[in-house]
Design a binder for this molecule. Sequence first.
Ligand SMILES: [Zn+2]
Length: 266
Amino acid sequence: MRHTHVRVRRALVTAVALATTAVVAAAAADDDDASGHVRADHRAGGAPAIATTQLLGHSVQGRPIRAFVRGDPSATVTALVVGCIHGNEQAGIAIANRLRHWHPLAGVALWTLPDINPDGVAADTRQNAHGVDLNRNFPFRWRPLGPPGSLQYSGRGPLSEPEDRIAHSLILRIRPRLTIWFHQPLGITDRSGGDVRLERRYSRLSHLPLRQLPRYPGSITTWQDFRLRDGTAFVVELPARVSAAATRRYAWAVERLVIQVAKSGQ
Ligand SMILES: [Zn+2]
């Protein structure tokens, strides 16, 4: 029974992943999955909201990589929050998980990807299971860096890693207007190359000062800001230690920014 249930749920998740947003809403309305994987919320007088889970793929060691979608099925604005890419920088996972429960306003879909490097998180290593720094493996100014397993090893070539191929195809599919990548432990908002007004606003709301880190070869945010000109992506370096209150503040700051992006129609 258990296996059957898992298979059914997996099939449903796959179907949802392939469906258009409108179909997702209809399917979700028919299937009120107790696991919370697929649900439809109907707010009084408002547009129906969706809350779905999408299995995006698997890590080198076969761990699932999932995204959570919350918001308006007819959304014209999408935002993406990635909680963790360097496996030993895990504080953003709690922020992303908190944002999974937020109701974005009409016209917005918020995607949260709490952990795109589950093998690194399991091993508490910066890199993935191939010893690759996933934030040096993107196809923008990629170049060989370091021997395998070294701090910034960039892989055999651009997008050599399954985790990065997952991020790459997701970003091209949903084309987020706003993307935030959480790291640690510098305690700053990075001036990453997108719309500096958004970076400055996040800095003010979060109290993480605005600074500019080096533009590393093969960086995902640099690729996004170059490739998707109608969107802004930036890095937030959380402090080494993040309290529960700080987690709430950093998540709230994301919400305010998503609202600003939606209202300005950027
Ligand atoms: Zn990092």
